[in-house]
Structures are given as structure tokens and as C-alpha cells.
Design a protein around this ligand. Structure first.
Ligand code: ATP
Ligand code: MN
Length: 305
């Protein structure tokens, strides 16, 4: 039998067309587009609450992870009429408008996966109050020659600083080399205000552990330290969502962790992937549920604890 050209699936009660369902997106793992769609429908109940109402940046991999991909903000032509979007004037192209998709349901997730968008990249604000982020994101990257231990230590430093201020941070693997720490905040600060707070907060963390973390953006000046990139919290910037698949061998998943797992170490990001995550969700439940319960105020951190 020749491979199916297109099939129609039921995604939460809505029919969604899946073209080339047998297309292999992960060649070393044999994971197809239909496998990706099925994965996202499986985790939809735990993923959707994290992305609902947020514009998404897309990153299609039309020919799988070995081939070219690109970030894209504008919803492609031919997107279904029921797909919500947020229309705005991007700074990069004055005079034009961009409509970024908003995925609120299973059908939206299936549409996104059908578009070969392996990853889900939500913004940090929701469309009903788009200029007020509802969380701070710390994107902790493994620096060249560094180790996951440095990233874990940086995550714990961030946690301690945030909890001192009464905030409630949540850690996850990025699914790549590093980690993300997400802290919900009240939806009352503008992006510039939140970013200014982040800059000050990160400066204080550097004062505490100058050998571990830095705010030096230039790689040469980082000197083997983990970058605290406060500018990641800008309007329209995204971070990969919890439970998003990443375009790497083994199909790793950005996976929520418990803080004691961050403390203990002993895991690799690749341990959490499209094949292992279901069992983990069954065991641990929704570790990011608390993120949606509302956030705290931004108070100032003292220079030393
Ligand atoms: P890693 O742990 O390997 O760093 P990561 O997902 O954190 O994985 P980063 O390169 O640190 O990858 O980027 C952080 C986030 O910024 C990504 O998850 C993605 O949502 C967003 N991002 C990165 N590059 C771009 C880009 N060129 N355009 C739009 N968004 C981007
Ligand atoms: Mn990163």
C-alpha cells in the first residue's frame, strides 16, 4: 500500500486534516507526523491550560529535524477558520500586521502538529491583557564546556531568590541542553517594568554567586558561567511550553520537575521524551498546575541573604 496522502482525525470533536501522516519527522527514531499529532492529543489535558489564550510563535520543520526549520509568527494561509489569532504590528515590519495563532483546544494542537511545528512556543502574556506578562521566565543555558550541574545550581539560586520574595517558581527541563524556571506574577506589570525588575534581580543573584552566574551577554565575557538573560522577558518573546517536544534525536520533551529532583540531579534531559513522558505524568500528575493559580508581586531582593 502506498503511504496515505491525507487523513482526517477527530481532535476533541472537531475533524482535522492531517496531510502526509506517515512523514518521518525524526529519522533515527522513526517518529512520524501522525505520532506527533497523537502525542499532542494525549498530553492535551495537561498542556492546553499552559498555552490557552497565548499567541504562539511557530517553528515548522517541513522535512523533519534533519532539515531546515524557521521561526514564523504569521499564521500560514489555509489555516482553519476556527483557529483564533492575535493581530498586531510587529516592530520589525512597521506598516504591516502579523496574526499569531492561539491554540485553545485539541484541534488547534493537531493543526499545529500537522504544520510540522514540532515545538509549541507560547508568549508570556495572554491575549485578553497582552501587554501584561503573567510570568517571568529564566532561560538557563548550559554554557560551552559547562555541565548540567551548573544549570541546576543556577536554577536553585534563582529559586531561592524568588521564594525569599514570596514568589512561587516552577522548574522544567528545556528538552535541549538547559533548564527553564517559570514564576507566575500578577498581571499588573508592563513588560518594561518586569524586565527592569528582572535585571535588578539578576544583578543581585550575580552578587551572591559571581563564580556561578553572569549577566554578560557576550559569550567571551561569560567565563564559564551561566547567563541570566533578563531580556528574555520582552513583548512577543516565547519560551518552549512544558510538554513541548524538541527537534532532537529521541524526541525529548520539555518536562516539569520537582525541586527535589533539581537538587538531586542524576537525570539527563534526554531521559524525558515522547516515549517516557506518559508514565511520568501518570506518576507525578500536573507539576505545573500551580503556575495557573495566579502570581505574586515584584518586590526587591536584598543584596545578600
Ligand atoms: P536550550 O536548553 O538548549 O537552550 P531552549 O528552548 O531554552 O533550549 P534557547 O535557544 O535558549 O533554547 O531559546 C529559548 C527560547 O526562546 C526557545 O524555547 C524559543 O521559544 C525562543 N527562541 C529561540 N530562538 C528564537 C528565534 N530565533 N525566534 C523566536 N523565538 C526564539
Ligand atoms: Mn535556553
Amino acid at each position: 500500500m502506498s503511504p496515505a496522502k491525507a487523513i482526517e482525525i477527530d481532535a476533541g470533536g472537531r475533524p482535522v486534516r492531517i496531510t502526509s501522516p506517515d512523514k518521518v519527522l525524526f529519522p533515527r527514531d522513526g517518529i512520524t507526523k501522525l505520532d506527533l499529532v497523537r502525542y499532542y492529543l494525549d498530553v492535551a489535558p495537561i498542556l492546553l491550560p499552559q498555552v490557552k489564550g497565548r499567541p504562539l510563535t511557530m517553528r515548522p520543520f517541513p522535512d523533519g529535524i534533519d532539515h531546515e526549520a524557521y521561526y514564523r509568527r504569521n499564521t500560514p494561509k489555509g489555516a482553519p477558520p476556527w483557529l483564533r489569532g492575535y493581530t498586531y504590528k510587529p516592530n520589525s515590519r512597521p506598516g504591516s500586521t502579523t496574526t499569531s495563532p492561539i491554540v485553545d483546544d485539541e484541534a488547534g494542537l493537531a493543526w499545529l502538529a500537522n504544520y510540522n511545528a514540532i515545538e509549541v512556543h507560547p508568549w508570556t502574556s495572554r491575549v485578553d491583557r497582552i501587554d501584561r506578562p503573567d510570568c517571568l521566565v529564566f532561560d538557563l543555558d548550559q554554557h560551552q564546556g559547562g555541565s548540567l550541574d551548573d544549570v541546576r545550581a543556577a536554577a536553585l539560586l534563582v529559586r531561592d531568590g524568588l521564594t525569599e520574595l514570596g514568589l512561587d517558581p516552577y522548574p522544567k527541563t528545556s528538552g535541549g541542553a538547559g533548564m527553564h524556571v517559570v514564576a507566575p506574577i500578577e498581571r499588573r506589570y508592563g513588560f518594561d517594568e518586569a524586565k527592569a525588575w528582572m535585571k535588578d534581580f539578576c544583578d543581585r543573584l550575580v552578587e551572591r554567586r559571581p563564580e556561578l552566574v553572569t549577566t554578560e551577554y557576550t559569550i567571551a565575557d561569560r567565563g564559564g558561567r551561566v547567563l541570566l538573560d533578563w531580556a528574555q522577558n520582552s513583548f512577543g518573546k516565547s519560551t518552549v511550553a512544558p510538554y513541548s517536544v524538541r527537534p532532537r534525536d529521541g524526541a525529548p520533551v520539555s518536562t516539569p520537575l520537582q525541586w527535589d529532583e533539581v537538587e538531586a540531579g542524576g537525570w539527563r534531559p534526554a531521559d524525558f521524551n515522547i516515549s517516557t513522558i506518559r508514565e511520568r505524568i501518570n506518576e507525578k500528575g500536573d507539576l505545573f498546575a500551580g503556575l495557573l493559580a495566579g502570581g505574586g508581586r515584584l518586590r526587591q531582593l536584598a543584596a545578600s541573604a
